[in-house]
Design a protein around this ligand. Sequence first.
Ligand code: PRP
Length: 183
Amino acid sequence: MVDKYSTEIERVMISAEEIAVRLKEVAAKLDEYYEGREPVAICILKGSVVFYADLIRAMKTPVSVEFMKVSSYGFGTESSGKLSVSLDILSSIEGRDVLIVEDIIDSGNTMYALKNMLATRNPASIKIVTLLDKPARRVADISPDFTCFEIEDEFVIGYGLDYAEKYRNLPFVGILKCSVYEK
Ligand code: PRP
């Protein structure tokens, strides 16, 4: 356990060491899939920033680096929701292979809307890689193509993921103590 926030962490779910091992495996799969190609890897801010930085360095494939900040709204029981884009990529993706790099897929609403939106820009392909997948919470009809860890329906923080903008700089994925939420 690292010092920062240590009194607020209930337990480590996925250690920094486990993450590093799994990232190498997933990076190798991505290298195999993209052999001979140079995809555009899009980091979905903010939660993906730590995963993204480690993943693209673990990959041998040359990638273009792009960043987006998006959120979904207006869903509920509808499968067609709206996507709010507060930061868009700077380059055209027409004819390019796009790799969306996400920290977590929960309801799937964000990824469903994002993938549809990017598809209108005529890329050659769109694939999704996620650090965490929570299939038990899925509402939208979307699945990641590459997953590092499938997890149960628990609220997780660390390694980019936040609670009220805290805990993103923890090196592991963990669970907070209940007392943190009660403050
Ligand atoms: C999180 C996460 C995904 C989305 C997943 O982002 O990074 O983008 O929620 O949820 P969904 O599958 O239910 O749509 P968040 O809006 O918390 O922003 P952040 O990455 O800046 O923390």
